[in-house]
Design a protein around this ligand. Structure first.
Ligand code: NDP
Length: 270
């Protein structure tokens, strides 16, 4: 019997997760298929009930359901419970689900070599994705500054998930904060509106935008032109998907192969 996997969200048509996971399922010979599932806000629990009547193995969860996914689960990893959001559910049977959050380990894997003793990180944005990043970096001991347009959200995020070296500030003051940073991470969704952050000279520091494709391209091009080393969010997307796949199947998939498939697909639509 072919097992079912998928990603639940709204919007979901743009998701690259089916491309990533179906490639791995095919390459590794698992008898399963991964579908994009459009589920509007408020309909998450009934979608899980419907799925539990099928041969479901698990689902990824994206906006706007990451909080609902945690709430609907009967057990959760420490990471998901602390961050307050889940992006990976595994079906346990009898309408019970386990919640994990692979955004945090996926982000750390994509960040690569970084040193909490020498690096200073500025995170722009305090939305859902920033929660996973602050959790991951604070646990690893990094000094972090969280900047947000709505400063109260940055304050709340830091007090919930930060460490004793975490501070917050207003997005409007970003140039002051960036001065002493070695790594700047953009988690805002402003790229969707065609806006970019005007960066000072990078001098070979790292600028990591967790968006990817057309959304991130103008910001990444601007950062590169200012002398920053740049990274977009595709590596993080693939890394968090690989963590989910390993939870479901107990085997590590080929991330480089998935990254290549995504790059080809993104080039085709740009
Ligand atoms: P949220 O909606 O939860 O948060 C959006 C953030 O952007 C808020 O901090 C908001 O500030 C800020 N913002 C939006 N518009 C502006 C603006 N014009 N100026 C300044 N700040 C602005 O989104 P998420 O955190 O869930 O996602 C953010 C981005 O990260 C998306 O592009 C998403 O695709 C990407 N992402 C990538 C992942 C990956 O694996 N690569 C995983 C998850 C997300 P305020 O609080 O003031 O409204």
């Amino acid at each position: 019997m072919t097992k079912l996997l998928g990603v639940i969200g709204d919007p979901i048509a743009h998701s690259m997760s089916p491309l990533i996971h179906n490639g791995w399922l095919r390459d590794m010979g698992f008898n399963a298929t991964y579908e994009a599932m459009h589920v509007p806000e408020g309909a998450f629990e009934s979608a899980l009930q419907t799925l539990s009547k099928r041969d479901i193995l698990g689902v990824n969860v994206t906006l706007p359901h990451k909080h609902a996914a945690l709430a609907a689960s009967s057990e959760a990893s420490v990471e998901a419970a602390t961050i307050g959001a889940a992006n990976t559910l595994s079906y346990l049977g009898q309408q019970k689900w386990r919640a994990d959050n692979t955004d945090a380990p996926g982000f750390l894997a994509a960040l690569g070599a970084a040193d909490p003793d020498t690096d200073r990180v500025v995170i722009m944005g305090a939305g859902g994705s920033a929660r996973a990043l602050v959790f991951a970096l604070a646990q690893s001991g990094f000094p972090i500054t969280v900047l947000n347009r709505t400063i109260s959200k940055a304050e709340a995020l830091c007090s919930e998930l930060g460490n004793d070296k975490t501070v917050y500030g207003a997005m409007s003051q970003y140039k002051d904060h960036i001065e002493s940073a070695t790594i700047v991470i953009n988690t805002t969704s402003m790229g969707y509106d065609g806006n970019i952050i005007d960066l000072p000279v990078g001098a070979d520091r790292l600028f990591f935008d967790i968006s990817y494709g057309k959304t991130a391209a103008p910001q990444i091009a601007h950062a590169a032109a200012r002398g920053w080393r740049t990274r977009d969010g595709l590596t993080m997307l693939v890394a968090q998907a690989a963590c989910s796949f390993e939870i479901w199947f107990g085997e590590k998939p080929d991330q480089a192969a998935a990254q290549r498939r995504c790059e080809i697909a993104l080039r085709a639509v740009s």
